[in-house]
Design a protein around this ligand. Structure first.
Ligand SMILES: Nc1ncnc2c1ncn2[C@@H]1O[C@H](COP(=O)(O)OP(=O)(O)OP(=O)(O)O)[C@@H](O)[C@H]1O
Ligand SMILES: [Mg+2]
Length: 309
């Protein structure tokens, strides 16, 4: 660990942050990817590290620039849709951060944001426009996803006529599990479930259209929503390679898996070495780390039209 928790990983990149340390600032939680600090007055600092989890296990190596990509892409979308969807976003400009954070500007810059602390709904609001991942698996086995019956004979990666809302539990440990809309309603309340479904579908459709204009297919994505001051707001990260499946539109062809802008390289590598998907994870070769880093940066560049800042 170097200054302010910057772990130097010379094999890949001078600055790969695996774990942040901000002495004097209250650490609320470390998720698989993000470190969350409680600033008091209902505000949180969300810092995206370069940690990467695959099959729900955090890898020993970080992916250079990953945390920056996640933060900058989320901020881009919060800004893009701010007049339609209220979110937890306050600022990602470190000069506007509270003064107790100023000593940490170097580590915070580009990878952290100040947000309103909300009360998260305990569901992952997944929207699918294409058949992939666990949706494809469930469809193949049962013809349904989360209780939604789909036409028969659809191919892998097929585009759905209408995007579908397929909620999942937010498991504290282990894998998230797809649930039916009725089950979601039992957990969050029927009115809230309707609202979250309609907000999620609307947001997905807007993002999908925007991304298609930039040559990117958003096959599926996951949103989190929370209650804040009596309103439902968008929280967490949005429309990043960690929360979504992005495919290049060029070359899209149903009937097989599509190349994607995320950790697919890592997953493929882990499958190839027949890792049992239990900790400890095997070390990742340098080229896998480098390629994954490129994929994340590529997603940011294509969607926002800009590189990292
Ligand atoms: N505005 C917010 N208010 C309260 N909690 C939030 C807010 N935004 C995000 N969160 C929570 O912060 C955490 C983000 O960290 P991260 O994504 O790394 O965790 P995770 O590994 O996905 O999941 P886990 O929640 O199981 O730790 C999530 O638990 C998310 O629900
Ligand atoms: Mg998360």
């Amino acid at each position: 660990m170097g200054k302010f928790g910057l772990a130097v990983n010379p094999a890949t990149h001078p600055e790969t942050l695996l774990e942040s340390a901000l002495p004097g600032i209250k650490l609320l939680a470390r998720g698989k990817v993000r470190d969350i600090y409680d600033l008091g007055d209902g505000r949180l600092l969300i810092l995206a590290t370069d940690r990467l989890s695959a099959f729900d296990v955090v890898m020993a190596q970080g992916i250079p620039d990953k945390g920056r990509v996640l933060t900058q892409l989320s901020c881009f979308w919060f800004g893009q849709f701010s007049d339609v969807f209220r979110s937890h976003f306050i600022t990602n400009n470190t000069r506007e951060f509270p003064s107790e954070l100023h000593p940490y500007t170097e580590v915070l810059s580009g990878r952290s944001m100040l947000v309103h602390r909300a009360c998260p709904f305990p569901v992952e609001c997944v929207v699918r426009g294409y058949l992939a991942g666990s949706g494809w698996k469930d469809y193949r086995e049962t013809g349904e996803i989360c209780g939604i019956r789909l036409p028969s004979g659809l191919e892998q990666s097929a585009r759905l006529d209408e995007p579908i809302f397929t909620p999942a539990t937010k498991a504290a440990t282990g894998h998230d599990e797809n649930i039916s809309f009725e089950e979601m309603a039992a957990r969050v309340g029927p009115g809230e479930a309707e609202t979250l479904r309609s907000l999620s579908l609307r947001l997905y459709s807007k993002a999908r259209d925007f991304a298609l204009g930039r040559g990117v297919i958003i096959a599926d994505t996951k949103f989190e929503w929370g209650m804040w001051n009596g309103s439902i707001i968008l929280i967490d990260e949005v429309l990043t390679p960690d929360s979504s499946r992005f495919w290049p539109e060029k070359g899209y062809e149903p009937g097989k898996p599509q190349p994607s802008f995320d950790k697919q390289f890592v997953r493929d590598y882990l499958e190839s070495v027949r890792w049992n998907k239990k900790p400890p994870p095997p070390p990742l070769p340098r080229e896998i780390v480098t390629k994954t880093s490129e994929k994340y940066r590529d997603a940011l560049r294509r969607l926002t039209g800009q590189g990292l800042y």
